[in-house]
Design a protein around this ligand. Structure first.
Ligand SMILES: [Zn+2]
Length: 267
């Protein structure tokens, strides 16, 4: 599933290629993904220019002069940046054609993605208004996190995966940041001290920035999307030796999600 780094890497790639480019055509081959795709995109967008491409949480926000195109990749969605008009394959639900010959194609086998249109301030859209601070912004730090955990009995891992607390921290980076901060994922959030919250906030920022710098696990390519395996510290490594102490890593389910940690290194 695309997480924040994947979406940010996609955003930067599309920003380089598409800002300043003019839509010439929108082709819909599906009527709905998670929600109906607005048919008016086919008439509103041709002739408009992409002014900027921003990100809020895991949403991509395309400023299209007269409104905003909001795109969420869902569970299995990705955006392919192509040239010309190659024939669509199965699950290629939507094409945005640009005057310079680029074609942006939305592919999504499970159709949990979102493509919608909004003419107001995009961060006030009902899907986005309740999202917490961006983890890479100055608004997210140890003190903010300490305020958020106070009195909470929920496991710290589930708390940091709640997008109302902090935007876009999914399962991979929750596992990795808790290992880096040496905090057990199942600890009740309210037991964290301020210094632990500061360690954790810094660890979240570190693992996300590192993944973005490495191109994340997932990239938009010219003709295909490739997954690049990364060397994670704990994610996907249950039963394997801890990279710090060689103790076999524990794997449990927490909130229905695979959770891997080291009982020696994390308290
Ligand atoms: Zn260890």
């Amino acid at each position: 599933m695309p997480e924040l780094p994947e979406v940010e890497v996609t955003r930067r790639r599309l920003e380089r290629e598409l800002v300043g480019k003019r839509f010439t055509q929108v082709v819909l081959r599906a009527s709905k993904l998670r929600f109906p795709i607005p048919v008016e995109l086919t008439t509103i967008l041709p002739g408009r220019i992409v002014r900027s491409i921003e990100r809020r949480g895991k949403y991509l926000l395309f400023d299209c002069e007269c409104g905003w195109l909001l795109v969420h990749l869902g569970m299995t969605g990705f955006l392919q940046l192509l040239r010309g008009k190659p024939l669509p394959g199965k699950h290629d639900h939507l094409d945005f054609v640009f005057g310079d010959g680029h074609l942006l194609r939305f592919h999504d086998p499970r159709k949990f993605g979102i493509v919608t249109w909004f003419t107001g301030e995009p961060r006030q859209h009902p899907l986005l208004a309740g999202i917490g601070p961006e983890p890479l912004s100055g608004a997210f730090d140890g003190e903010y996190l300490f305020d958020s955990v106070r009195g909470r009995k929920v496991a710290i891992k589930q708390l940091i995966m709640n997008s109302a607390v902090v935007a876009g921290v999914g399962n991979i980076y929750a596992n990795e940041s808790l290992f880096r901060a040496r905090i057990r994922p199942g600890r009740p959030a309210g037991t964290l001290a301020l210094n632990e919250c500061s360690e954790l906030a810094a660890a979240i920022r570190y693992v996300l920035e590192k993944s973005i710098g490495e191109g994340s696990t997932y990239r938009v390519a010219e003709e295909a999307v490739a997954y690049y395996p990364q060397s994670f510290m704990v994610y996907g490594r249950g039963g394997e030796p801890c990279r710090l102490c060689q103790n076999p890593l524990d794997e449990i389910r927490l909130g229905g999600r695979s959770t891997v940690f080291c009982r020696r290194c994390q308290e």
